[in-house]
Design a protein around this ligand. Structure first.
Ligand code: MCN
Ligand code: CUN
Length: 781
């Protein structure tokens, strides 16, 4: 039967895109070479905070092969020294007055080769007058702190915003009536997505046509085009952003960076294409950092039930507030901090501060700060269970939102679409052999060995919009799909999102296969070229499947409706008399009288019923009615060495529920990648700064990423609770494991030491911190 070859939902077909990737035939930014192309390199500030007294570029300009040196002053002449950020702040493109973080872009050299450009950077003489640096929000908000953003007229301190959610009075009352209150202070450290490919662009402004074609590492090409139009004043139809193959993004490629803007300006001024490829250090110190949240959380417990939650946070936003958040939600979606638990009252507040550190992005598999929220609640729940002397698994089950409570409205106003948290946790515990492990842990303790078991039952909120509430710089967060079925029954699907490794070319073809019965191989998926795809907000916040995936299903269904009209004409039957079986219309009661979708596609161009518009194609813009709420339960088992503080992961069990899975293999790949990143964040990844604001973590010797050697094996499980409002019942999954797993790893290490009173360890949980805790708890060997 034709239906088995269609490979719609639920088939683990191999990724189409991998054919070119594993043969080395991908086209990444650095593969693009245009005739007459020049190369650009950026000079970055060595100081975290300093006044720029003067810049002498004469020696650099004299170097043979140098075509131009671009300063902030030159950019200012074209009104391009500053640009807007995705959160409505301004950011320096090239420094004019001050430098505000180490690594900030100061001057650019454009030359015949990248080597000459790099050599010329050393010939530029910048006279800096160093200023005191501010490296955390506590310092930044002190009365006498130096004002970092003195470029902004109304800015008299380093405070950016204050934001609150929930009901303070009701929460205070719940705390007054509680029989136990627990608290946790913790810092989610600054870390970095560090994709394989750094950022870059090739800007090609054609002096004859004024058409600007910008090939760039962009997770959101349409948004970037609109912002380019607004910043440069070029007409939007003359700007074409092409985002080719992308070597990983993880959020790093959402913001607009100065390099893109300077390269485009240089191409405009010089009339030649200009390529800028960021090096690793540039990437690590200046682009899209993540987290850096100082959090305080409290739970009020009464009779074993959590009755209230308080959270406050101080966000280190860096020197420019660039953290892409929906404009109405200044701390992102952090207020989902009540997590998987039925907590009747909550109050959340947060403050953002400028510091002399690189600005943020919507970076590192995070869905607008859900990562920090998930970490805080999953750590807090463990602290509470410990203080109460109850099992952390049972404490979770007692407090979970129950299946019959969905749709569930949280105390901070989210309406969760669907969930069955206990089922996922029970499955994880069963796979783990939880009871036996607890016994083994107790016995091991007797023998002086430390084993820890850590759990995390996260709930995420992904898939922005709906557009009424969610936007980026005012652009409402919908997404789009355009589907064209050709006469021979083969199709092209064009999307407003843009993959960076998530396998869209395969999974979105599978959605069309499911809905129209066209084999997935016959559906080509195109993304990333603004001239050739419908407008969309891009790929981040695990929104592609919830939004563009829904748009794809809806447009395929619309075409199926038209196909039915054509089939009825071909079969000389009434539409209502036709039966649809994937890929085929047949007459009820006469299954042999049938037309395949391919027959119908041909007829759409050759043999139409009277008065029907020709063709089988259309576009749909989908504005989701709600976000999707994927969830899961992760369990980690560790062994801690009492002599060194080293900890080893023995097992990781991960049960995920992302609703209906389109391609189970791709979903598992997403989860394994996320579990690896979660492990890296929990165990080793850290970008830190010394008192002068020097960035420590500017290379892969200082900034550690887990390799296959350190990465533990993963055991995966699944439950399926469809999203009731998504056309195919799918929820997003791209970030789940990075969001959910850090707390499980940390809970495991803390659990190994908890019997001696240890309640917290800060990420990254390095052996020296564990060793210190062992010493203090009297557990060291
Ligand atoms: N999928 C599925 N069934 C579901 C849900 C998803 O088969 N129920 C499939 C999707 O169709 C898609 C993939 O899984 O092929 C991820 O889908 P989704 O959850 O919709 O997430 P996005 O496609 O929007 O990807 C964004 C997400 C984010 S925000 C980051 S950050 C991240 C991540 O994806 N960056 C990645 N995963 C990454 N994976 C790779 N290889 N590289 C990155 O840069
Ligand atoms: Cu927050 S990283 Mo992903 O949303 O591109």
């Amino acid at each position: 039967m034709a239906t088995t070859e269609v490979r719609g939902l639920g088939h683990s077909v191999k990724r189409k895109e991998d054919e070119r990737f594993i043969r080395g035939k991908g086209t990444y930014i650095d593969d693009i070479a245009l005739p007459g192309m020049l190369h650009m390199e950026l000079l970055r500030s060595p100081f975290a905070h300093a006044r720029v007294v003067s810049i002498d570029t004469s020696r650099a300009e004299a170097l043979p092969g140098v075509v131009a040196v671009v300063t902030g002053e030159l950019m200012a002449q074209h009104n391009l020294a500053w640009m807007p950020t995705l959160s409505g702040d301004t950011q320096a493109v090239l420094a004019t007055d001050k430098v505000r973080f180490q690594g900030q872009e100061v001057t650019a050299v454009v030359a015949e080769s990248a080597y000459v450009a790099k050599d010329a950077l050393e010939l530029i003489e910048v006279d800096y007058e160093p200023l005191p640096a501010v490296t955390n929000p506590q310092q930044a908000l002190q009365q006498d702190a130096p004002v970092i953003r003195d470029d902004k007229e109304d800015q008299t301190s380093n405070h950016i915003y204050h934001w609150e959610a929930g009901d303070k009075e009701a929460t205070d009352r719940a705390f007054d009536e509680a029989d136990k209150v627990v608290a946790l202070d913790t810092h989610y450290p600054r870390c970095h997505p560090a994709p394989l490919e750094c950022c870059g662009c090739v800007a090609d402004v054609n002096p004859a046509t004024s058409k600007a074609t910008i090939y760039m590492t962009s997770q959101a090409p349409h948004v970037h085009r609109t912002l380019f139009a607004l910043v440069t004043g070029l007409p939007e139809q003359n700007i074409r952003i092409v985002s080719p193959d992308i070597g990983g993004g993880f959020g790093n490629k959402v913001p607009i960076y100065p390099g893109y803007v300077v390269a485009t300006a240089a191409s405009l001024l010089l009339g030649r294409p200009v390529k800028w490829i960021e090096d690793r250090t540039g990437n690590l110190i200046s682009t899209g950092f993540a987290r850096d949240y100082h959090m305080h959380g409290e739970l009020a417990v009464k009779d074993g039930r959590i009755v209230g939650l308080r959270a406050s946070l101080a966000a280190d936003e860096g020197a420019f507030y660039a953290d892409a958040q929906p404009s109405k939600l200044r701390i992102g979606l952090f207020h989902i901090v009540t997590g998987s638990y039925d907590i009747p009252t909550a109050h959340v507040q947060g403050d953002g501060a400028y510091t002399n550190k690189a600005p943020g992005g919507v970076a590192y598999r995070c869905s607008f700060r859900v990562t920090e929220a998930s970490y805080l609640i999953e750590r807090l729940v463990d602290v509470a269970a410990n203080e109460l002397g109850v099992d952390p698994a049972e404490f979770r089950v007692q407090n979970f939102i129950k299946p019959d409570q969905f749709p569930y409205e949280s105390a901070t106003g989210f309406v969760y679409d669907s969930g069955d948290y206990e089922k996922a946790l029970r499955l994880a515990l069963e796979k783990l052999g939880y009871e036996d492990l607890r016994k083994e842990q107790a016995e091991a303790r007797e023998q002086g060995k430390l084993i820890g078991i850590g759990l995390a039952s996260f709930t995420e909120v992904v898939g922005a919009g709906h557009g009424k509430e969610y936007d980026i710089v005012g652009l409402r967060m919908f997404d789009s799909a355009e589907l064209r079925v050709h006469p021979t029954g083969k199709a092209i699907l064009k999307l407003g999102v843009k993959a960076q490794g998530q396998g869209h070319e395969t999974t979105f073809a599978q959605i069309v296969a499911e809905e129209l019965g066209i084999p997935y191989e016959d559906v080509e998926v195109q993304e990333g070229d603004t001239d050739n795809t419908p407008y969309g907000l891009g790929t981040y916040a695990s929104r592609s499947t919830p939004v563009a995936g829904a748009a794809t299903a809806v447009i395929a269904r619309k075409l199926r409706d038209k196909a039915r009209t054509i089939a009825a004409h071909l079969l000389e039957a009434a539409e209502d008399d036709l039966e649809w079986e994937r890929g085929r219309f047949s007459v009820k009661g006469a299954p042999d009288r049938a037309k395949t979708i391919q027959d119908v596609a041909f007829a759409a161009y050759t043999d139409l019923p009277e008065g029907l518009e020709a063709g089988l194609e259309g576009v749909h813009y989908y504005d989701p009615p709600n976000m999707t709420f994927p969830f899961g339960s992760y369990a980690v088992v560790v062994e801690v060495d009492r002599g060194t503080g080293q900890w080893k992961v023995r097992r990781v069990v991960a049960v995920d529920d992302c609703g209906v899975r389109i391609n189970p293999m791709i979903v598992e790949g997403q989860i394994m990648g996320g579990l690896t990143e979660g492990f890296g964040i929990a165990a080793m990844e850290l970008i830190t700064f010394d008192e002068e604001g020097n960035c420590i973590g500017s290379n892969f010797i200082d900034y550690l990423l887990p390799t296959s050697w350190e990465t533990p094996p993963f055991e995966l499980g699944e439950t399926v609770t469809p999203s009731p409002h998504h056309p195919i019942g799918a929820k997003g999954v791209g970030e789940s494991a990075t969001v959910g797993s850090p707390a499980a790893y940390v809970n495991a290490v803390v659990d190994a030491l908890a019997h001696a009173g240890v309640r917290n360890l800060e990420m990254p949980v390095t052996s020296d911190k564990v060793w210190q805790a062992l010493q203090e708890a009297g557990l060291a060997e």
